[in-house]
Design a protein. Structure first.
Length: 365
């Protein structure tokens, strides 16, 4: 006879119906100090049957000791250690493609955490609608565990889009709205689209979401956060300035790679590619405008931003941002900076942009 706790873990406490399985891959490189909290946030999830794979990518800290202790304490945890560092892309794919067999998959960095009940909320959406291949939601950024809020999931709801509509939203905006730990992917969809691409070490996650949207619908959990993203000196968010030339190039690489390999999946791929290139060009030109307003033309690489914009979108000279740049060039960076003649229009545009981004974040697009 199956014991009560084990039975509840496998079948749920009420219905007796087998719970959906979620495989959570936790890659860890020198994040041993965060690993236990991360794993415990997964093991505490309700309404699903979880398995956890912790992969230590040859860390030099106490990751191995923490991982081995987690494996010994809970039979749902498996621990692996690489003898040599394989890098994050290979480690991701080892877990998601080579190991995972569950109904759903999650990739969770060892310094992040799941919000209480997040897996259950995502799985209920996908269990009810087989067309949804990915669910994500709001992520709270934090530094210390004491900052984490209590989660009341009674008011949760969700929004769903056809995959092509979600793709269009991303192409129109030109940037990613997903942090990463909040994502739950249907296992069959993950195995269909394959693993992360080695040629995209910085924007592989963004390109992955585009691929998933090309073959399935997307849903967004509203009103309640789905995950906690830890911000610290070594976190990826601190390493790339969004809007800088490097980041723009990386995002363009993600779009280009997606359209190169998977455009056949999207009937309006040519139109979406143009939308993405125009969005990136507008952002680059606006970055050049800001460089003039701050008298930092060389420091912010304004000329290279313009070159990027024109290369990405040959009609860039017809965009309103290009006209704004012409006006600044006529006055020069010193006059623009000292007089702040364009300050009010710039602030208005910035406020509108932030309002639009916040609306997109709330709506999940």
């Amino acid at each position: 006879m199956i014991g009560g706790k084990l039975r509840n873990r496998l079948f749920g406490p009420r219905t007796g119906k087998p719970l959906s399985t979620v495989d959570v891959v936790i890659p860890c490189y020198n994040y041993g100090r965060y690993l236990r909290g991360c794993a415990e946030s997964v093991l505490a999830q309700s309404g699903v049957s979880v398995r956890v794979l912790v992969i230590d990518d040859a860390s030099s800290d106490d990751t191995a000791q923490v991982g081995e202790a987690l494996e010994a304490a809970d039979d749902r945890v498996e621990f692996r250690r690489h003898e040599v560092n394989k890098g994050h892309i290979a480690t991701y794919n080892e877990g998601l493609i080579d190991w995972s067999t569950g109904d759903y998959t999650v990739l969770l960095s060892a310094d992040d955490m799941l919000a209480p009940g997040s897996l259950g909320r995502a799985v209920r959406i996908m269990d009810a609608d087989g067309r949804v291949g990915m669910v994500y939601g709001r992520t709270i950024h934090f530094e210390q565990n004491t900052e984490l809020p209590r989660i009341d999931a009674r008011e949760s709801a969700y929004t769903k889009w056809a995959g092509v509509n979600w793709l269009e939203g991303r192409c129109r905006a030109g940037y990613n709205v997903i942090t990463s730990p909040e994502v739950v992917v249907r296992g069959s969809v993950q195995r269909t689209v394959g693993g992360y691409r080695r040629e995209l070490p910085h924007t592989g996650d963004f390109e992955m979401w585009l691929r998933i949207a090309a073959v399935s619908d997307i849903a967004y959990v509203r009103r309640v956060p789905q995950a906690f993203y830890r911000v610290h000196q070594k976190s990826m968010m601190r390493t790339v300035y969004r809007g800088g030339l490097f980041d723009l190039r990386q995002r363009k690489d993600a779009f280009d790679t997606f359209f190169q390999h998977d455009q056949y999946l999207v009937p309006i791929a040519d139109r979406l590619r143009e939308l993405a290139n125009r969005a990136l060009a507008r952002e680059a030109l606006w970055g050049a405008c800001r460089a003039y307003d701050r008298n930092q033309v060389e420091a912010l690489r304004a000329d290279e931003l313009v070159e990027f914009a024109v290369a990405a979108y040959p009609q860039a000279n017809l965009l309103p941002e290009y006209a704004a740049l012409r006006r600044r060039r006529r006055l020069g960076p010193i006059v623009c900076s000292r007089t702040q003649v364009f300050a009010i229009p710039a602030l208005v545009r910035r406020a509108r942009g932030w309002a639009l981004k916040e609306r997109w974040k709330r709506q999940g697009i």
